[in-house]
Each structure stands twice: as structure tokens, then as C-alpha cells.
Design a protein around this ligand. Structure first.
Ligand SMILES: [Zn+2]
Ligand SMILES: [Zn+2]
Length: 365
């Protein structure tokens, strides 16, 4: 067993605190990774507070992990000791269903879906016998920790040209926005709308611009108009009817990155005929849709969940090739509770990344 230390929540209203635990040694097809950096995603807060009603405690969050390979199992061929690698939201899947067989593990149709990096399996705890996942282990612990052990097929290469701390948010925020931009065929000259400009939204803006699109940000925050401009996009206050009117029937694709339920109806008229508004931020029942708006111009509202392992490698390589990186603020793990509060209040610009070397302060204590 490997001694690990992390930061965990013990229940839905607790602050994250130091937590010692053990991980199983790497099996033949697994890689042991010393965690260097871990991004802070809004999902971490949803999960810690049990806002999706499926959290198993103690909960060690973190699914934007960058680290160094320290040990490999006997049959590992795709990673070597010393490699800089990444781990996103998934650490395994059923491997047998049609999505898994065709490289779409993020849509795994196995009995427990894919195995989440933390709080796996992603099914309500009541349905998971004894809170154990389908590999017979306890609930998974994520990247707010000193070490991870992951199947080699779910470990990503961090390309040269990306700093390890900037690469971390690409593993969730990057791929979650890249995958739908790619799936709905965003290309040069397209007009793309991005609703909300936080961790996901600012990556969507950067990626869509790099694909050659013209980007408009819809925000409720006045200060973000200037920030959108600085990224190379146009900003519009989403409740400003005068600003929205001339934009009707003009967008090729709109991506909503708001991390909770919100009204999509004001944005549907902005789409061109046959085009799609995709929601990636919210994972909960949404307010009713005005089907007249959809039917009259055959428009669609869709969802999309993170991205496949192949998409994740592709977006890492795309960011390196286009010199795109998330805007980050590096913090210590000891500041995590304050960081959670600031993420909830939308005070972060745009992603916190934890320098996990700060955990050594806990080990020394
Ligand atoms: Zn995330
Ligand atoms: Zn599967």
C-alpha cells in the first residue's frame, strides 16, 4: 500500500481538512503519479456539498491533475517513469459497451458508467452496494492528494510547451468545452456564443477563437465585458434586450457554461436555423423550453459531458500548438476553503490551481 495525504470533506457542510489514507500499489496496467498541480473545478464544490445527492464521504475532490510518473506496472507501455502526465475526470470505464469500444468512454453505458477520479462510481450511493465501486474498491479519492494510481489508458501526455500548472484546467474545463465545439463542427468564420465566463467559459472563448470563430460572451457581470474584450471576444449583458435584438438568427453555435440551472429561452432566438445550443455547465433539471422557438427554425438544445480520452489528448495538443493556456491563479492547499468560497462568488479569474507541494507542510506537521 502507498501512504497518501490529501484534503477531504467529512460531510456535506464541512470544510476540507488534511486526511491521511492509503492507495493500492499500481497493478500491472497502472501508473503511480506524484501529484504536482490540481485545478479547482466548480464540480468539486457541487460534489463536496452533495449538491448532486451522490457524494460518499470522506470526499477527496480534484479531477484536473498534473503530475510526474513515479512507478509503472509491469505491462505499462504508454508512460515511463519521469513523464509529465495528466488525469481528468475519468480513471476507468466498462470497456465493453459500444461507446467504450468506439473511444467515447465519457458516454460509457456499462452498469455503473465510467469510474470517476473521485467519488466514483458516479451513481447514487444507495445504488452502489456498500458504497463500493464496480472494481470492488472503496469510493475513489481524487487529486487534492499527494499521489494517484491510474490505469495507463486513462493517463494523458502533457505536451512540451504547456506548463504543468496551466495544463491542469485543460483536463476538465478545456475538454468539456473543446469536445462540443468539435462535435458541432465549429470552424473558421462561424459565430459562436458563450454563456457565462468562468473557468469553462473563458476556455471556450480561447478555444473557439483559435478555431477561427467570432465569439460573443453573454454575461450578467459588467466587469466581464472588458475581460471578454481582452480575450478577443465581444461581451453582451445577457438581460440587455436592446443588445440581443440585432443578434437574432445569427449564431452557428452557442455553449452554455453556467454551473447551475438557468433560463435558456432568451438565447434560442439568437441561433440560426438548424443550429444548436449546448449546455455543459449545469447537470440538473432545467427550466422549461419554449418549443415554439425551437420548432419554427428547427433549432436544438443539447447536452455534452466532458470529453473522451482521445479528445482530452487532442485538446492538450491543440492548446500547446496554438499557445493557449487557461488564466490561472496558483494557490496552496491550505487556502482551498477560501478558494471554494471565491469560486462560488465568481471572484476567481478564471481558475485556481493548487500547488500540491504545499501538502508537504501537512506531512511535516
Ligand atoms: Zn470539472
Ligand atoms: Zn462502457
Amino acid at each position: 500500500m502507498i501512504k497518501a495525504i490529501g484534503y477531504a470533506a467529512k460531510h456535506s457542510f464541512s470544510r476540507l481538512k488534511p486526511f491521511e489514507f492509503e492507495r493500492a500499489d499500481a497493478a500491472a496496467d497502472e501508473v503511480e503519479i506524484e501529484v504536482l498541480f490540481c485545478g479547482v473545478c466548480h464540480s468539486d464544490i457541487h460534489q463536496v456539498k452533495n449538491e448532486w445527492s451522490n457524494t460518499v464521504y470522506p470526499c477527496v475532490p480534484g479531477h484536473e491533475v498534473v503530475g510526474r510518473v513515479t512507478r509503472i506496472g509491469a505491462s505499462v507501455t504508454s508512460h515511463a517513469i519521469g513523464d509529465l502526465v495528466g488525469v481528468g475526470c475519468m480513471i476507468d470505464s466498462c470497456r465493453h459497451c459500444s461507446p467504450c469500444q468506439t473511444g467515447k468512454e465519457n458516454y460509457c453505458e456499462g452498469p455503473n458508467s465510467w469510474l470517476a477520479t473521485y467519488n466514483g462510481p458516479m451513481v447514487p450511493a444507495a445504488k452502489a452496494p456498500d458504497g463500493h465501486n464496480h472494481y470492488g474498491r472503496d469510493n475513489t479519492f481524487g487529486g487534492f492528494s499527494s499521489v494517484l494510481v491510474v490505469k495507463q489508458d486513462f493517463v494523458l501526455r502533457i505536451p512540451d510547451g504547456l506548463s504543468p500548472e496551466a495544463a491542469a484546467p485543460i483536463l476538465c474545463a478545456g475538454v468539456t468545452t473543446y469536445s462540443p465545439l468539435k462535435h458541432w463542427g465549429v470552424t473558421s468564420g462561424d459565430k459562436v456564443g458563450v454563456i457565462g465566463m468562468g473557468g469553462l467559459g473563458h476556455m471556450a472563448v480561447k478555444l473557439a477563437l483559435a478555431m477561427g470563430a467570432e465569439v460573443t460572451v453573454f454575461t450578467s457581470t459588467k466587469e466581464k465585458l472588458q475581460e471578454a474584450l481582452e480575450l478577443g471576444a465581444t461581451g453582451v449583458i445577457e438581460t440587455d434586450a436592446n443588445a440581443l435584438k440585432p443578434l437574432q438568427n445569427s449564431f452557428d453555435f452557442i455553449l452554455s457554461t453556467i454551473p447551475q440551472k438557468h433560463d435558456l429561452n432568451p438565447f434560442i432566438p439568437l441561433l440560426k436555423r438548424d443550429r444548436t445550443l449546448c449546455v455543459v455547465g449545469a447537470l440538473e433539471p432545467m427550466a422549461g423550453l419554449d418549443n415554439q422557438q425551437l420548432a419554427f427554425h428547427r433549432k436544438s438544445v443539447a447536452g455534452s459531458l466532458i470529453g473522451s480520452i482521445a479528445d482530452t489528448q487532442e485538446v492538450l495538443d491543440f492548446c500547446a500548438a496554438h499557445t493557449i493556456a487557461p488564466d490561472i491563479e496558483v494557490i496552496r492547499i491550505q487556502d482551498i476553503n477560501d478558494a471554494f468560497r471565491k469560486v462560488e462568488n465568481a471572484e476567481v479569474r478564471f481558475r485556481y490551481v493548487i500547488d500540491m507541494s504545499s501538502l508537504k507542510l501537512e506531512e511535516a506537521a
